[in-house]
Design a protein. Structure first.
Length: 250
Protein backbone atom coordinates (compact mmCIF):
# COMPACT_ATOMS: atom_id res chain seq x y z
CA UNK A 1 0.00 0.00 0.00
CA UNK A 2 2.78 2.42 0.94
CA UNK A 3 4.61 1.57 -2.27
CA UNK A 4 1.48 2.41 -4.26
CA UNK A 5 1.06 5.78 -2.52
CA UNK A 6 4.70 6.66 -3.09
CA UNK A 7 4.27 5.81 -6.76
CA UNK A 8 1.19 7.98 -7.04
CA UNK A 9 2.99 10.88 -5.30
CA UNK A 10 5.92 10.58 -7.68
CA UNK A 11 3.55 10.53 -10.64
CA UNK A 12 1.77 13.67 -9.43
CA UNK A 13 5.09 15.44 -8.79
CA UNK A 14 6.25 14.67 -12.32
CA UNK A 15 2.93 15.96 -13.66
CA UNK A 16 3.15 19.21 -11.72
CA UNK A 17 6.76 19.70 -12.83
CA UNK A 18 5.78 19.10 -16.45
CA UNK A 19 2.97 21.66 -16.26
CA UNK A 20 5.31 24.18 -14.61
CA UNK A 21 8.00 23.69 -17.25
CA UNK A 22 5.40 24.00 -20.01
CA UNK A 23 4.09 27.24 -18.50
CA UNK A 24 7.62 28.65 -18.23
CA UNK A 25 8.35 27.67 -21.82
CA UNK A 26 5.14 29.35 -23.02
CA UNK A 27 5.95 32.46 -20.97
CA UNK A 28 9.42 32.69 -22.48
CA UNK A 29 7.99 32.20 -25.96
CA UNK A 30 5.37 34.92 -25.43
CA UNK A 31 7.92 37.28 -23.89
CA UNK A 32 10.21 36.85 -26.90
CA UNK A 33 7.35 37.54 -29.28
CA UNK A 34 6.21 40.59 -27.29
CA UNK A 35 9.77 41.89 -27.13
CA UNK A 36 10.10 41.68 -30.91
CA UNK A 37 6.81 43.48 -31.54
CA UNK A 38 7.57 46.18 -28.99
CA UNK A 39 10.92 46.88 -30.65
CA UNK A 40 9.19 47.11 -34.03
CA UNK A 41 6.65 49.61 -32.69
CA UNK A 42 9.27 51.81 -31.04
CA UNK A 43 11.42 52.01 -34.18
CA UNK A 44 8.51 53.35 -36.22
CA UNK A 45 8.69 56.79 -34.60
CA UNK A 46 11.72 59.04 -34.44
CA UNK A 47 10.80 60.40 -30.99
CA UNK A 48 11.14 56.87 -29.53
CA UNK A 49 14.66 56.34 -30.89
CA UNK A 50 16.26 56.51 -27.42
CA UNK A 51 13.88 54.05 -25.73
CA UNK A 52 14.63 50.52 -24.58
CA UNK A 53 12.25 47.75 -23.53
CA UNK A 54 12.45 44.50 -21.61
CA UNK A 55 9.72 41.91 -21.11
CA UNK A 56 9.09 39.42 -18.33
CA UNK A 57 5.88 37.42 -17.83
CA UNK A 58 4.07 39.70 -20.27
CA UNK A 59 5.05 42.87 -18.38
CA UNK A 60 6.96 45.35 -20.53
CA UNK A 61 9.38 47.77 -18.85
CA UNK A 62 10.15 50.90 -20.84
CA UNK A 63 13.22 53.02 -20.15
CA UNK A 64 15.31 55.64 -21.91
CA UNK A 65 14.62 59.31 -22.64
CA UNK A 66 12.18 61.43 -24.64
CA UNK A 67 11.83 65.17 -25.23
CA UNK A 68 8.23 65.61 -24.06
CA UNK A 69 6.04 64.15 -21.33
CA UNK A 70 3.34 63.44 -23.93
CA UNK A 71 5.81 61.21 -25.78
CA UNK A 72 6.33 59.22 -22.57
CA UNK A 73 2.56 58.71 -22.33
CA UNK A 74 2.25 57.85 -26.03
CA UNK A 75 4.99 55.20 -25.87
CA UNK A 76 3.29 53.38 -22.99
CA UNK A 77 -0.10 53.63 -24.68
CA UNK A 78 1.23 52.19 -27.91
CA UNK A 79 2.88 49.23 -26.16
CA UNK A 80 -0.14 48.56 -23.93
CA UNK A 81 -2.30 47.96 -27.01
CA UNK A 82 -0.12 45.09 -28.26
CA UNK A 83 -1.55 41.56 -28.05
CA UNK A 84 -0.54 39.49 -24.99
CA UNK A 85 0.98 42.50 -23.17
CA UNK A 86 -0.17 42.19 -19.55
CA UNK A 87 1.05 45.57 -18.37
CA UNK A 88 3.60 48.37 -18.81
CA UNK A 89 6.11 49.78 -16.32
CA UNK A 90 6.89 53.25 -17.59
CA UNK A 91 10.38 54.27 -16.42
CA UNK A 92 10.99 56.67 -19.31
CA UNK A 93 12.69 59.92 -18.30
CA UNK A 94 11.85 63.29 -19.86
CA UNK A 95 14.81 65.50 -20.66
CA UNK A 96 15.00 68.72 -18.65
CA UNK A 97 15.53 71.78 -20.82
CA UNK A 98 15.15 74.76 -18.48
CA UNK A 99 14.78 75.86 -14.84
CA UNK A 100 11.36 75.44 -13.24
CA UNK A 101 10.67 79.20 -13.18
CA UNK A 102 11.28 79.50 -16.90
CA UNK A 103 9.14 76.47 -17.74
CA UNK A 104 6.35 77.79 -15.51
CA UNK A 105 6.39 81.22 -17.16
CA UNK A 106 6.23 79.74 -20.67
CA UNK A 107 3.48 77.33 -19.73
CA UNK A 108 1.43 80.05 -18.01
CA UNK A 109 1.61 82.20 -21.13
CA UNK A 110 0.40 79.35 -23.36
CA UNK A 111 -2.46 78.62 -20.98
CA UNK A 112 -3.49 82.28 -21.00
CA UNK A 113 -3.88 82.22 -24.76
CA UNK A 114 -5.59 78.82 -24.83
CA UNK A 115 -8.96 78.64 -26.64
CA UNK A 116 -9.03 82.31 -27.63
CA UNK A 117 -12.36 83.36 -29.06
CA UNK A 118 -14.23 80.50 -27.39
CA UNK A 119 -14.92 80.52 -23.67
CA UNK A 120 -11.51 81.33 -22.19
CA UNK A 121 -12.98 84.21 -20.17
CA UNK A 122 -15.00 81.57 -18.29
CA UNK A 123 -11.96 79.41 -17.47
CA UNK A 124 -9.24 79.99 -14.93
CA UNK A 125 -6.24 77.66 -14.95
CA UNK A 126 -3.16 78.32 -12.85
CA UNK A 127 0.09 76.36 -12.95
CA UNK A 128 3.08 75.73 -10.72
CA UNK A 129 6.21 73.80 -11.66
CA UNK A 130 8.50 72.05 -9.19
CA UNK A 131 11.30 69.68 -10.18
CA UNK A 132 9.79 69.57 -13.66
CA UNK A 133 6.34 68.47 -12.46
CA UNK A 134 3.54 70.83 -13.53
CA UNK A 135 0.49 71.07 -11.27
CA UNK A 136 -2.63 72.53 -12.87
CA UNK A 137 -5.36 74.03 -10.69
CA UNK A 138 -8.48 76.11 -11.29
CA UNK A 139 -11.83 75.53 -12.96
CA UNK A 140 -13.12 75.28 -16.53
CA UNK A 141 -16.61 75.55 -17.94
CA UNK A 142 -16.38 72.16 -19.66
CA UNK A 143 -14.19 69.10 -20.26
CA UNK A 144 -12.81 70.59 -23.47
CA UNK A 145 -11.23 73.49 -21.59
CA UNK A 146 -9.65 71.14 -19.03
CA UNK A 147 -8.41 68.67 -21.67
CA UNK A 148 -6.90 71.47 -23.73
CA UNK A 149 -4.95 72.80 -20.72
CA UNK A 150 -3.65 69.31 -19.88
CA UNK A 151 -2.59 68.74 -23.49
CA UNK A 152 -0.62 72.00 -23.49
CA UNK A 153 1.16 71.00 -20.27
CA UNK A 154 1.91 67.49 -21.58
CA UNK A 155 3.62 68.99 -24.64
CA UNK A 156 5.63 71.71 -22.89
CA UNK A 157 9.40 71.11 -23.07
CA UNK A 158 10.87 70.74 -19.59
CA UNK A 159 7.72 69.22 -18.04
CA UNK A 160 8.32 65.65 -16.83
CA UNK A 161 4.98 65.06 -15.10
CA UNK A 162 1.53 66.67 -15.06
CA UNK A 163 -0.85 66.73 -12.07
CA UNK A 164 -4.37 67.62 -13.16
CA UNK A 165 -6.27 69.30 -10.31
CA UNK A 166 -8.57 71.29 -12.59
CA UNK A 167 -12.25 71.21 -11.65
CA UNK A 168 -14.75 70.88 -14.49
CA UNK A 169 -17.82 72.89 -13.51
CA UNK A 170 -21.26 71.26 -13.71
CA UNK A 171 -23.43 71.89 -16.76
CA UNK A 172 -25.96 74.57 -15.85
CA UNK A 173 -28.13 76.83 -17.97
CA UNK A 174 -28.62 79.00 -14.89
CA UNK A 175 -24.86 79.49 -14.53
CA UNK A 176 -24.51 80.17 -18.28
CA UNK A 177 -27.02 83.02 -18.03
CA UNK A 178 -25.01 84.49 -15.16
CA UNK A 179 -21.79 84.17 -17.19
CA UNK A 180 -23.23 86.06 -20.16
CA UNK A 181 -24.77 88.75 -17.94
CA UNK A 182 -21.46 89.18 -16.07
CA UNK A 183 -19.49 89.57 -19.32
CA UNK A 184 -21.88 92.29 -20.47
CA UNK A 185 -21.89 94.05 -17.12
CA UNK A 186 -18.10 94.09 -16.84
CA UNK A 187 -16.96 94.77 -20.40
CA UNK A 188 -19.64 97.33 -21.21
CA UNK A 189 -18.39 99.43 -18.31
CA UNK A 190 -16.39 102.35 -19.80
CA UNK A 191 -13.54 101.78 -17.32
CA UNK A 192 -13.27 98.00 -17.70
CA UNK A 193 -13.83 97.65 -21.44
CA UNK A 194 -10.09 97.95 -22.12
CA UNK A 195 -9.48 94.55 -20.50
CA UNK A 196 -11.20 92.87 -23.43
CA UNK A 197 -8.51 94.05 -25.87
CA UNK A 198 -5.97 91.33 -25.00
CA UNK A 199 -7.58 87.87 -25.24
CA UNK A 200 -4.85 86.42 -23.02
CA UNK A 201 -5.71 88.72 -20.13
CA UNK A 202 -9.45 88.93 -19.77
CA UNK A 203 -11.09 89.28 -16.40
CA UNK A 204 -11.86 85.62 -15.79
CA UNK A 205 -15.44 84.93 -14.74
CA UNK A 206 -15.89 81.55 -13.03
CA UNK A 207 -19.44 80.60 -12.04
CA UNK A 208 -20.30 77.55 -9.97
CA UNK A 209 -23.92 77.02 -8.86
CA UNK A 210 -24.63 80.75 -8.86
CA UNK A 211 -21.42 81.69 -7.04
CA UNK A 212 -19.23 84.00 -9.11
CA UNK A 213 -15.47 84.40 -8.73
CA UNK A 214 -13.30 86.91 -10.58
CA UNK A 215 -9.69 86.03 -11.50
CA UNK A 216 -7.01 87.78 -13.53
CA UNK A 217 -5.14 91.06 -13.27
CA UNK A 218 -6.13 94.72 -13.41
CA UNK A 219 -4.08 97.90 -13.40
CA UNK A 220 -5.56 99.68 -10.38
CA UNK A 221 -7.37 99.02 -7.12
CA UNK A 222 -10.23 101.14 -8.47
CA UNK A 223 -10.59 98.81 -11.49
CA UNK A 224 -10.78 95.83 -9.13
CA UNK A 225 -13.42 97.55 -7.04
CA UNK A 226 -15.54 98.46 -10.08
CA UNK A 227 -15.34 94.90 -11.45
CA UNK A 228 -16.57 93.58 -8.11
CA UNK A 229 -19.44 96.06 -8.08
CA UNK A 230 -20.52 95.11 -11.61
CA UNK A 231 -20.38 91.42 -10.76
CA UNK A 232 -22.54 91.96 -7.67
CA UNK A 233 -25.18 93.71 -9.82
CA UNK A 234 -25.72 90.62 -12.01
CA UNK A 235 -29.20 89.17 -11.48
CA UNK A 236 -29.26 85.72 -9.90
CA UNK A 237 -25.76 85.76 -8.39
CA UNK A 238 -25.64 84.27 -4.90
CA UNK A 239 -22.15 85.48 -3.98
CA UNK A 240 -19.13 87.23 -5.51
CA UNK A 241 -15.50 86.51 -4.66
CA UNK A 242 -13.14 89.13 -6.09
CA UNK A 243 -9.71 87.52 -6.58
CA UNK A 244 -8.45 90.04 -9.12
CA UNK A 245 -4.80 90.97 -8.61
CA UNK A 246 -3.68 94.55 -9.03
CA UNK A 247 -0.60 94.64 -11.25
CA UNK A 248 0.53 97.90 -12.82
CA UNK A 249 0.95 97.62 -16.57
CA UNK A 250 -1.47 94.67 -16.84
Amino acid sequence: MKTTLRGMASFLAVGVLSVSLAAQTASVRYDSDIQTRVAQQLTKKQEFRNLQASTEDGIVTLSGTVDLYQQKLDAAKKVRKLDKVQGVRNLIAVRSSAPDAEVQAKLARKLHYDRMGYDNQFNFVDVSVKDGAATLTGATRNDMGRDSAVWIANNMPGVNDVVDNIEVLPVSGFDDRIRISAVRAIYRDPVLGRYASDPAKPIRIVVDNGNLTLYGTVATAMDKQIAGMRANQVFGVFSVQNNLAVVKGS
